[in-house]
Each structure stands twice: as structure tokens, then as C-alpha cells.
Design a protein around this ligand. Sequence first.
Ligand code: AKG
Ligand code: FE2
Length: 238
Amino acid sequence: MQIGSLDGPPDPPEVLSLLEQYGAVRIASFSRDESGIDLQRLATSLDTPSAEDFTVSCTAPLVTRVESLADPKLDTEGLPIKSTSAVEFACHTDEFYLPEPAKIVMLQCVRPDPHGGGDTILSALPNFLPLISGETRKLLSRRAFLTDFGLTQILSRVAGEWEIRYNRDQIERFPVTSEVQLALEELEHSANETRCLLRLEAGDCLVLDNRTLLHGRTEFRPNSPRLFLRARVKSSER
Ligand SMILES: O=C(O)CCC(=O)C(=O)O
Ligand SMILES: [Fe+2]
């Protein structure tokens, strides 16, 4: 898969235009700052940063630390939150649990895992959608998936463009039929067929379209100093 690439201090309109074109933009040498100030500034320049992320805040209040903690944080069900642990984080979109998920997710690599773990996984919907059968597409487009805010769908067509919201762990917090289970398997199998791995370097920042791209990361050692920062951006339009 092709991704947009930029070097150095980014020009927001250029980031947005590459994002539109590729669904993912890598900004090399963006910043190694771990206070989150630089990432928050970039997020603010793109649109409205999401203020719904309370996992582990940085100095910059709209930015979250993604790192392996000795005691990973627990979600409302008492399960470890993957962004605070070192386990593999399978492909997903962010904010599945919100009625209007963020349109952009930004991940800044402050320190990669020195042992070669924690690679970024990307899979673009336009690449894997053709691999999914018509029947499964239809099933995943039904507003039949339970969340805390009510029912939602995994695939949707907005102004002629396909969009996705997907987080298997969150979908399976509620009972799913074996038919749905199979459809989720097919979706993941297709996404895995077209996935690519990316190794971010210290200071790189990845800007992702959270409506057309799944992202994740491979596992790494629990005591790794790997540190990523995360910000999410809402659309002021919808
Ligand atoms: O650790 C990473 O590279 C990705 C983390 C992530 O996807 C998340 O926190 O939502
Ligand atoms: Fe994520």
C-alpha cells in the first residue's frame, strides 16, 4: 500500500491533501518531544482534537501516551487496555464506542521498541473491501451491532464512499451470532491479506484516516521503553 510522505515541520493543508489521496501520511522528523505539545498543535491545525481520550494524558491535555505500563490500565469491564500494554493490537479503528468516531488518528513515535517489536500495521478499506463477499458486506452494513450508545454498523456508504468502524474486542463485548462471527473472520482475513507493516522511527508522526483505514501494531516486550503519543481529530463538518 502507498502512503503519503512528508519531511520536517508539516504544512496542515498539505497533510490533509495527502491524507485525502492516500489515507495515511508519514511525517518524518516531526518531533521527539514527549510532552505532546507538538502533536496537539498539529492536531489543532487539522481540525478539532478529540477530548474524549482519558487513558494516560501527557502535559498536552489532548494527547495520550501509548506505552507498556507495569500495571496496564483496565477498561470498564476490568480488561487491560491494549494501548497501555505490550500485547499485539490487532487492526481496528479508534473510538468505535462513540457515535461519531474521530476522522483522523495521529501516532507520534517518540521511542521505537529497540528490539524490533511494535511495528505499525495498516490495512486500507479500498484494498480489502473487494476481497469481502457481497453477502458479508451486506451483513456488516446492517445497523445491528451493539455498543453502549446503541446500534451501529461496521461498514457504511457515505456520499458514495465506503467507510469502516471496527474494533473486534469492543464488538465482542456483546453477544454475537455465529453468522456475525464468520463475517468478522472474513473481514479480518481480508484485511490481513492486504496489510502492510511499517517501522516508525523516533520523531516520525503517522496521520491516519480513521474512516477508511484499519491500524494496529505487533507485540513487543512488556519492559520495552517504546513510547508513542496519540491524538485524534474530529471533523467539524460531521
Ligand atoms: O501502539 C500503537 O502503535 C498503536 C496504538 C493504537 O492503535 C491505539 O492506541 O489506539
Ligand atoms: Fe488505535
